[in-house]
Ligand binder design. Sequence first.
Ligand SMILES: Cc1ncc(COP(=O)(O)O)c(C=O)c1O
Length: 365
Amino acid sequence: MPLVPPYIDALSPYVAGRNPEEVAREYGLSRVFKLASNENPLGASPMALENLARHLDALHRYPAGGDELRRVLAETYDVKPDNVIVGSGSEAIMANIIRTFLCDDDEVLTAESTFIGFQVLARSRGVAYRTVPYTDWRYNLPALAAAVTDRTKIIYLANPNNPTGTIFTRQEFDEFYRHIPERVLIILDEAYFEYARDNPRYPDSMHYRYDNVITLRTFSKAYGLAGLRIGYGFAHEELIRNLMKVKLPFEPGTLAAAAGIGALHDAEFLHRSLECNARGLRFLTQNFRGLGLTVVDSWANFVMLVMESEAQADSIVETQLRNGVIIRPLRAFGLPHCVRVSVGTEEASQLCVRVMREALLAPAL
Ligand SMILES: Cc1ncc(COP(=O)(O)O)c(C=O)c1O
């Protein structure tokens, strides 16, 4: 018997966006902008950092498992703490969901080329991972509903979706939900919900609760806390109770939980983040379209570009790197002819557009 199960052997590890220091060294650059990981260009929420600093003297103690953050989240969203789970990023909660609910013969269903973090987690459990193609870069919810089998245990939906930035509407979700058996758990990954919530068609899942739906959200994006690892989820208390059996007892760390509480009070930073993102999204979308590129309409903090070929996508990623901009190639997502560009500071977005313009005019740049 091999030591490593075949489904682990066959896995490719998650490849994160490249880090600026390494790119600066490799290309001999003094300044590099990272537009590859959908991070907040304004930095972290100041109130998150203030509350974090207040907890530095408690680092010799084990954390309280995020109890206080659960309470504050419950108050903020008008649910009970028993309906809330917190973890080291929403990905950690995804990992717990997979460990808690999946048995060997179950299958997971989602769209093709969706958030790769989920894909890696699901495949590492060794269960069947089935996908349905996009339609116009959007989830095809009727096709997903039709693809449910007796073995389907989890359906994963990211809304807005990564890497496309597209959303499905409330009406589409309601119709979809009517066709899903109650024994199927639906993960609604709303990592980017703050950016989409003002769209009246967006189905903010906290406005209605179903017993077999778990909502996942994060402080990594709109609150700028990606490096701390803090996310949260809402679900029926029975689901949460079972997840709590599996969760590492001391997750999340003290500082991450404190920062989450501070962030929830930081309406001013959230407002600034959303304004900056809306401006940046408009700027990137209009300018890339002005260059004749195909840009998918996005409700998140990034845009996806559909290039003419894999070679053009590879070449644009390389040219941007050489000019100090890291963008995300989407080969690992299964979209080798696409790239994803996160909204950055004005300076970074302008540089990215300028490099794109020059690269398209003179492909050998
Ligand atoms: C759709 C989606 N879900 C979850 C995450 C991960 O969030 P977290 O940092 O909370 O683990 C990301 C990060 O890029 C994402 O794009």
